[in-house]
Design a protein around this ligand. Structure first.
Ligand code: SME
Length: 166
């Protein structure tokens, strides 16, 4: 399913992302705590887009070898831990590249936390030094909900909130 704008959001998806990005940056002005920043991003993005069914972060666990642990999210119960290389999140962490999956059932090793998920996008999140700190995962209950517009907008937003452009 393609983007369906929420009533109070722009018709154009890229514009809707720009609008919510500026709202997020305004709310986060002066806040340096990473958990507070992640929680705010997850909440405001989930609220802005109707097709965001599960929205949140898997954080690189500094205490474990190449393992993600669930961070701030909005949605139904998520898996707690994901090894690098496993599922869509683990693949994004391993390759440090955004993953767009049109049909999760066709993705080898997809981790089904909630059987209603049909498609997803996972974006790697870097700090200002380029170190991978997390991945940002969005699941939708429809197939092919995400495309390169989502990828570009989310990569830009993550860079502005957590990375070199912050
Ligand atoms: N779908 C993810 C697992 C996390 S949840 O869906 C919340 C994956 O395969 O990486």
């Amino acid at each position: 399913m393609s983007y369906v704008p929420r009533a109070d959001r722009p018709i154009d998806k890229a514009e809707a992302y720009l609008e919510v990005e500026s709202e997020i940056l305004a709310v986060l002005e002066g806040e340096t705590d990473r958990v507070a920043r992640m929680a705010t991003v997850a909440s405001m993005l989930a609220d802005a887009f109707d097709d965001y069914f599960w929205t949140g972060f898997y954080v690189v666990d500094p205490a474990r070898d190449r393992e993600l642990v669930v961070g701030p999210y909005q949605g139904t119960l998520g898996c707690l831990r994901i090894a690098f290389g496993r599922g869509v999140c683990g693949t994004a962490a391993e390759t440090r590249q955004t993953q767009i999956v049109q049909d999760v059932h066709a993705f080898p090793g997809h981790i089904a936390c909630d059987g209603r998920s049909e498609s997803e996008i996972v974006v790697p999140v870097f700090d200002a030094s380029g170190v991978l700190i997390a991945v940002f995962d969005v699941d939708a209950t429809t197939k092919a909900a995400f495309d390169t517009i989502d990828a570009q907008a989310l990569e830009r937003l993550m860079a502005r909130v957590f990375g070199a452009d912050a």
